[in-house]
Structure formats: C-alpha cells, structure tokens
Design a protein around this ligand. Structure first.
Ligand code: FAD
Length: 307
C-alpha cells in the first residue's frame, strides 16, 4: 500500500523541499545515486567497467519547467560523453535519457525534446555508443515513441524502454520487435491508473513474460531490465529457446540494487549493464526507488529518527 503514496509524494514540491533538506537524506540517496558531478562519477565508471560490467548513464532530472533547463540537460550529457571519449570507454557506456528533462512537457515540447536529444545521440554515435529513451508516465509515450522512430532513421541503434504494467505494451513490443529495435523491458515505476495499467504484481509479472517472449522471438535486441530472480531465469530460458547467443540480448539492473547479481551474471558471460544515475536533481529518481521496496523507506525513516 505504501508504494502509491510514495509515488504521489514524488510529484509533490512540498515533499521535495522537505525530503531534500533532511540532513540524513544524502547518505541514503548515495546508495542509488553515487555522485553529483562528472568528477564524482568517473571513478565509479572506471571501477564498474574494470569488473566486467557495462553501464548506461542517467544524468538525473525530469519535469523541467524552462527551455534553458532543457538546454542545460543536453549540455550535461554532452560533457559526460566528452569525458567518456577521453577515458576510451565509449563502447562500454551508453546513455539513458528522460525526454521530460529535454523539454517534452513544455510548449512545443515534442519538437524541443527532439531538437535537444538529437545532438546527444549524434555525440554518442561518434564515440561508438548509443542512447536509450527512458519511459516515463503513460501520457508521454506517444511522443517518446515518435521521437524514437525519428532518431532511428539516422541512428538505428537508438533504444527505448517499454513498461510491462501498461496494457498498450504488448502491441508496442510487437511493433518494436518487428522493426529490429533495441528495447529495454521493465515492469514500470510510475503511478498509473487502472484504466491503462495492471495494478497487481502477478498480472504485471505475467505480462512481462509474454512481452519478453515477443522480444526474444523478434528481430531486435532485448534488454532485460529487472532485478527479479524469477524473471531473469525465465529470460535466460526464452533466449535459449529463441536460439539467441549471449551477445544477442543483455541484462540491465540499477546501481545499488543486487550488486552481487550484476557480477554473477557478468561472470556467466552475460552482457550486464548497470543503470548508473548521478547529478543533483535526484528527488524523483530516489522516490521511485523508495516506492519499489518499502524496506528502503523504513531504512530511510529510521536514519532520520536515529540522527
Ligand atoms: P521487483 O519485483 O520490484 O523487484 C525484484 C527484487 O529486486 C526485489 O524483491 C528486491 O530484492 C529487488 N529490488 C527491486 N527494486 C528495489 C529497490 N528499489 N531497492 C532495493 N531492492 C529492490 N521504470 C520505468 O518506468 N521507466 C524506465 O525507463 C525504467 N528504466 C529502468 C532501467 C533499468 C535498468 C531497470 C532495472 C529498471 C528501470 N525501471 C524503469 C524501473 C522498473 O520499472 C521497476 O520499477 C524496477 O526495476 C523494480 O522492478 P523489478 O523488475 O526489479 O522487480
């Protein structure tokens, strides 16, 4: 029951101010968002790649309110890509972007987001890597898929995310699988109404398996975004049945969650990509991590009380 309450709080400015100002918040945030600047994050990128992991980088931020913030988001990604080029790690590290951080919700937002994200996709391609468009709440998805399709005309490697909890996703998966796209499948992290999304965990898990089968049997490159041990085992089985080799799909998990599992899958020869978020505008990302696991919230509240 706590999850939906935390997700509602993730959209509240008042809660944002309260939680961001709490002195202990930072220590708990660090588990999921291990840095605020490129200088903080470079040692982590070096460490994870040295352990045989691949990364996808998220400069945290979403729901910006001015075009200047959208330009700043673009520039933050471009600066990161410059660093990756200097480190020679371009091929091991891709980018994940939220279009709401690139201006999607502003007036003329679809065009603005496309204009801001395109240079990031170009710069990523120039160092041998790619960009995946994260999936946000369901009202943003038609625009996200249209931008994805547009970008793929010049950069076919551009990926996108689909969410198993949405009723629409089985049809989206069939379309994307037939077009040969890179697709990350996740359960879904937003508060969605019953008119558009499954609400029960067992229904979401069943949909995840149906959609994963479509992706594995299709022409694209499936990216299995989950920490759920059962779904990971099913993904391995479906990949095997579809005749996919180990480099024809990958697993993805979030930094700070089930770290031993990242290393175990990499050691088994899987491509394992760690979604690594950094930056100062961490509130929305952090709150979704609390909502996914009530124990995280209990830990957070206990640290506040014990200080
Ligand atoms: P769950 O059943 O939630 O979790 C399985 C197990 O994983 C839990 O029992 C627990 O042990 C562990 N676990 C899961 N979450 C946490 C946590 N927060 N803290 C501690 N332990 C945890 N969602 C979107 O809506 N859009 C996106 O673009 C998006 N991108 C993502 C990218 C990646 C690489 C990943 C892994 C997830 C992404 N998500 C995204 C989030 C996703 O939708 C889920 O909310 C999240 O992954 C939890 O679901 P799960 O599949 O891990 O299964």
């Amino acid at each position: 029951m706590l999850g939906p309450v935390i997700l509602a709080a993730s959209r509240s400015d008042r809660m944002r101010r309260l939680i961001s100002a709490a002195p202990v918040t930072k220590q708990v945030v660090d588990r999921f968002i291990p840095g605020e600047t490129v200088a903080d994050i470079v040692p982590i990128i070096k460490d994870l790649t040295a352990r045989g992991l691949e990364l996808t980088m998220d400069v945290v931020g979403e729901d910006i309110t001015t075009p200047e913030q959208a330009t700043a988001a673009r520039d933050a990604y471009l600066a990161l890509i410059d660093h990756l080029k200097d480190l020679g790690l371009g091929e091991r590290v891709e980018m994940s972007v939220k279009l709401s951080m690139f201006g999607q919700a502003l007036e003329g937002g679809h065009e603005l987001a496309l204009a801001n994200v395109r240079p990031v996709v170009e710069a990523a391609a120039a160092i041998g890597t790619t960009v995946t468009l994260d999936a946000e709440d369901h009202t943003t998805l038609d625009s996200m898929f249209a931008i994805h399709e547009d970008l793929r005309k010049d950069f076919p490697q551009t990926g996108c995310v689909i969410q198993a909890y949405l009723f629409r996703t089985e049809a989206d998966a069939r379309r994307l699988a037939a077009s040969g796209s890179r697709v990350r499948l996740v359960k879904g992290a937003y508060k969605e109404p019953a008119e558009v999304a499954y609400q029960q965990k067992h229904e979401i898990d069943k949909a995840y398996v149906r959609i994963l089968r479509t992706l594995m049997e299709g022409e694209g490159y499936p990216m299995v975004g989950s920490h759920d041990p059962r779904l990971i085992a099913i993904a391995q089985e479906l990949a095997h049945k579809a005749g996919r080799k180990l480099d024809e799909y990958e697993f993805q998990m979030l930094y700070g969650i089930r770290g031993e599992e990242h290393l175990r899958l990499a050691a088994e020869g899987h491509r394992m990509r760690v979604y690594t978020a950094y930056g100062t505008d961490w509130y929305g990302y952090f709150m979704r991590r609390l909502a996914e696991k009530p124990a995280n919230l209990r830990f957070f509240l206990r640290s506040m009380v014990s200080k």
